[in-house]
Design a protein around this ligand. Structure first.
Ligand SMILES: *Cc1c(COP(=O)(O)O)cnc(C)c1O
Length: 355
């Protein structure tokens, strides 16, 4: 009986799909967000592995561009980014649980404390921290009233933060949150205040305070109309054709036969599916490209395969690389998934190619 043991293959198989990652576009998006943040400093959220792109690669490019304040969600994510370059600060949104304490004290990052329990736990360490105050999202954060009553006294508090619930919409809650947060100015020992995510930056100067924390828009997401035309796509999926074949009029394709050929149709089957984050919502709605020719997705997207109508692209054949739509708002409309989900679900089978 043989046992399974991992071993590096003599020849590493080539990836059947790749992500083209545009470092210039990433940096250009950060510069736009930095300018749009006015006199506030502009940080960067690199949680969820840099929204799926690769936190380390994103962070090194943004550090070179001048960004100094970074955010992750968990200590596992923080540990993966150690050691930090000189002068760079990293904060952990979920604060510090009892189980995190030993690791947190050994890592050069600070918690964003978000409950009274976390405040008690951290105060005695005498170390730097940020604090999240809840101004209406009712997710994480200490209460405004508790802050006003002195909950944060004695903390080594760097940044007082709050988070907008609906900055991508024009709703009264935005101003309610802004006003509640502004009311805390001077009420704590914090050296900085921070409220705005990507969409919040677009809401204007009243929302910028001292430091902004964009995520989505860095990676090519367009959070509000104000950002249209300024944010460049950063990520493009590409996959190889496995087979080109012909369907006859009346033939169907894929699981559950969700597409029927109305004429003889040339089809390419490519190495991409919902296991790669190319969701089933792209069934009969997604679009791919080869040499300027548009190739509509036909039939249901499978786990590892997607079919394209290549009738108008005579040259497409086995082994060719096909590019999928890189416009996130458009892909979101096609698939019914949010721009956030499209980024953070990018799978692990891609070779990541930065330019
Ligand atoms: C993820 C996150 C951000 C970034 O939000 P985007 O909408 O991606 O710009 C900012 N602040 C907090 C607290 C977050 O969790």
């Amino acid at each position: 009986m043989s046992t399974l043991s991992p071993e590096t293959p003599a020849i590493i198989p080539p990836a059947p799909s790749r992500l083209r990652l545009d470092g210039d576009a990433l940096v250009s998006n950060w510069h736009w967000l930095d300018q749009a943040s006015g006199s506030a400093a502009c940080g960067a959220c690199v949680k969820a592995n840099g929204y799926g792109l690769g936190a380390f690669e994103v962070m090194s490019r943004l550090v070179r561009a001048g960004c100094r304040d970074f955010y992750v969600a968990t200590w596992t994510e923080a540990a993966a980014l150690m050691p930090l370059p000189d002068g760079v600060r990293l904060s952990v949104f979920h604060g510090v649980g009892e189980a995190d304490m030993a690791a947190a004290l050994s890592i050069n990052a600070r918690p964003v404390l978000c409950t009274p329990e976390q405040v008690m736990r951290w105060r005695s360490t005498g170390r730097d921290c940020d604090v999240m105050v809840d101004t209406g999202m009712n997710r994480l954060g200490v209460l405004v009233a508790d802050v006003a009553a002195g909950l944060l006294d004695g903390l080594e508090l760097d940044t007082l933060a709050s988070h907008l619930a609906s900055a991508d919409e024009d709703v009264p809650l935005n101003d309610v949150q802004r006003a509640a947060f502004a009311g805390l100015a001077g009420r704590t020992a914090a050296t900085r205040m921070s409220l705005a995510n990507s969409a919040g930056i677009c809401l204007g100067a009243g929302y910028h305070f001292d430091l902004t924390r964009p995520g989505l828009a860095l990676y090519g997401g367009v959070p509000r109309a104000e950002a249209e035309g300024h944010i460049r796509p950063v990520v493009q999926r590409e996959a190889r054709v496995i087979q080109r074949r012909t369907l006859r009029e009346g033939d169907t394709i894929g699981y559950n036969s969700l597409w029927t050929a109305e004429r003889d149709t040339q089809v390419a089957i490519v190495n991409l599916g919902y296991a790669d984050g190319y969701f089933r919502g792209f069934t009969n709605s997604g679009m791919a490209w080869f040499d300027g020719a548009a190739l509509p997705v036909i039939g249901r997207v499978s786990m590892d395969l997607t079919a394209l109508d290549v009738t108008d692209a005579a040259d497409v054949g086995e082994g060719d690389w096909i590019a999928f739509d890189d416009d996130l708002p458009l892909a979101s409309a096609q698939s019914g998934m949010s721009q956030y989900e499209l980024l953070t679900s990018i799978g692990h089978r891609f070779e990541r190619v930065w330019s």
